[in-house]
Design a protein around this ligand. Sequence first.
Ligand SMILES: Cc1cc2nc3c(=O)[nH]c(=O)nc-3n(C[C@H](O)[C@H](O)[C@H](O)COP(=O)(O)OP(=O)(O)OC[C@H]3O[C@@H](n4cnc5c(N)ncnc54)[C@H](O)[C@@H]3O)c2cc1C
Length: 241
Amino acid sequence: MTTQDPKRAVDASSGLASFGLQPLDAHNRDLLTNAHPGDWVNPEPADRYNLVVLGGGTAGLVTAAGSAGLGAKVALVEKHLMGGDCLNYGCVPSKTLIRSARVVGELKEAARVGFGAPPHVQADFAAVMERLRRIRARISHVDSARRFRSLGVDVFLGEARFAGADRVEVEADHPATVAEVFAALEAQHPALRRRLTDEQGALRRHVNIYLGNDNIRDLSGLETKLPDGSELLVLPSVAGG
Ligand SMILES: Cc1cc2nc3c(=O)[nH]c(=O)nc-3n(C[C@H](O)[C@H](O)[C@H](O)COP(=O)(O)OP(=O)(O)OC[C@H]3O[C@@H](n4cnc5c(N)ncnc54)[C@H](O)[C@@H]3O)c2cc1C
């Protein structure tokens, strides 16, 4: 098995490696830290594995943990979030929603089954979703990359593809571009839309962005890649001075 660049990792704190998780609150950051840590460094791949598992969803995790527990040399590759559909979008989130819906439904039925109806039975959707994110984050350590490493599995974060009959390549995470950071920022703060870029998607004239000492206009503009750990500062422009 080979990896093209095992040292490459994504900076989750920039919002780039958010994998569509919104909002990037403490719960979702916990989830990311477990399911796709921004500072993850893929291990040096072994020449041969007994088993290479593609995908860290329910099936992959159970197979990898079971096989490693039996002494097999196991690699697991996940391109997105450890835990797959079940943890991140399916079983776990749906059960928290079902629980909330059931409670509201039961409370609304209270009077009919002999209890005084509570005065204000009203769903608080933001609170329901916050609970979903909290529970999902709490459970995510069980499926986490670090836990699987501690079980003896070589965990690779990146996209796997077959490169031969007995060969798998992993394309490690790419560093984010400035444009991708803007897209993530604008998704979280819609008021920023059109302040950084114009209708054509080009950087507005009065916006200056530096990577170290270099203006990104002198690099690759919005396509400039941000090395791990980069911090992007958006400062208000000072008119007339
Ligand atoms: C709303 C909902 C509720 C559900 N509730 C339940 C329930 O209560 N109980 C239950 O048993 N099941 C439930 N399920 C079903 C459950 O989520 C799936 O059965 C389970 O996720 C399947 O696991 P999997 O590992 O086969 O696939 P997935 O969970 O889809 O995992 C596949 C993983 O492979 C990764 N991957 C794909 N291609 C590559 C590649 N080339 N390189 C690296 N990684 C790759 C993906 O990113 C993903 O993480 C529910 C599903 C949904 C949608």
